[in-house]
Design a protein around this ligand. Structure first.
Ligand code: NAP
Length: 298
């Protein structure tokens, strides 16, 4: 099975390239190719078509995206080009070459209040989309292009991603703990932290099984950013009491943030994916790699 990964240099794309290189048990090894912005801007239709034609994949996993949530508020057209138009172009290219397409999406396509207004309920795969900020709008636009495809497709929504990338929350908390005595972290937003390496494992299984539909894929369990920061502190061997709770109102950002980002996964087990590790386990593994200098962007 020949797989083309977009966003090869990104946090998830790079984890997926590593994961696909070792295959999935019971399936033949993958042939993997990766592309990123230096190879061409996917928001240009002719570029996307030429890249897909050149690689002639059996399946595309589309990890490339505009991921600057606050920047999408002021540069909406650029964000929409990267998340909406680029995905539309890949969908056309996938349909033309008859290959499958996996699109990585986000909790931000929901309204952030939780199913039926209950924050503890989270969201199921089939809950209605109602993005609460402009980044969410662009990602929902990408979903619409994929779910209209006549070739096999997957939409895999994830949240609170961390891993080998330039910027992510656990890495920032670890750095700030080295610079300040105490940190204030918001305690009124709840979600599911997700280690890119664990998500890459899910993606490898979903793609090798050629499963179809919408999936929610995160590490197991949910927490607030405050809880996550305390876990990072503990994993760094420092006192979690140095993390202080604050409200979102005390930490205003350009883009609205969801109070509830919990993605309930109802379908991964049916698709043969084993239960994901708990988020605390994922944080410990990632911080251990950070401390050992084993990550691409320390
Ligand atoms: N990060 C999170 O917390 C999070 C949460 C939920 C869902 N997701 C989704 O997960 C996926 C992976 O996210 P990530 O954090 O791994 O992303 P990332 O690290 O920002 O990587 C995205 C890659 O896509 C490239 N790219 C951007 N626009 C492009 C275009 N028009 N054409 C070709 N390449 C382009 C970027 O290049 P440059 O860096 O040069 O711009 C970058 O290398 C995305 O779909 C994202 O929406 C992320």
């Amino acid at each position: 099975m020949k797989i083309l990964v977009t966003g090869r240099e990104g946090m998830l794309g790079s984890a997926l390239m590593r994961r696909l290189s070792v295959g999935v048990e019971g399936s033949p090894a993958f042939a993997v190719a990766g592309i990123d912005l230096p190879d061409g801007d996917l928001s240009r239709a002719e570029v996307a078509a030429a890249l897909v034609a050149r690689h002639a994949p059996d399946w595309i996993v589309h990890c490339a995206a505009w991921t600057d949530v606050d920047g999408a508020e002021s540069r909406f057209d650029d964000a929409m080009a990267a998340n909406g138009q680029a995905t539309a172009n890949l969908a056309v290219a996938a349909s033309t070459c008859g290959c499958g397409l996996t699109y990585i999406s986000t909790d931000y396509v929901f309204d952030g209040r939780g199913r039926g207004g209950d924050p503890a309920a989270g969201y199921d795969e089939d809950d209605p989309l109602a993005p609460l900020n402009r980044y969410g709008l662009t990602k929902a636009a990408g979903e619409a292009h994929v779910t209209a495809l006549d070739t096999p497709w997957q939409v895999v929504r994830t949240s609170w991603l961390f891993g080998d990338g330039r910027v992510n929350f656990p890495k920032t908390i670890r750095r700030l703990l080295g610079e300040r005595e105490t940190l204030q972290v918001v305690d009124d937003q709840r979600g599911c932290p997700t280690y890119a390496d664990d998500l890459a494992d899910v993606l490898a299984r979903l793609v090798s099984g050629r499963h179809r539909g919408i999936f929610h894929a995160t590490n197991r369990g949910d927490c607030t950013w405050y809880d996550l920061a305390r876990e990072v502190a503990a994993a760094c061997g420092t006192d979690p009491g140095r993390i202080r709770a604050c409200t979102s109102a005390e930490y205003p950002r350009p883009a609205a943030r969801p109070a509830c980002s919990i993605l309930r996964s109802r379908r991964l087990e049916d698709a043969g994916c084993p239960p994901r590790p708990a988020w605390q386990d994922a944080v410990r593994r990632y911080v251990a790699r950070l401390e050992a200098g084993q990550v691409a962007h320390p």
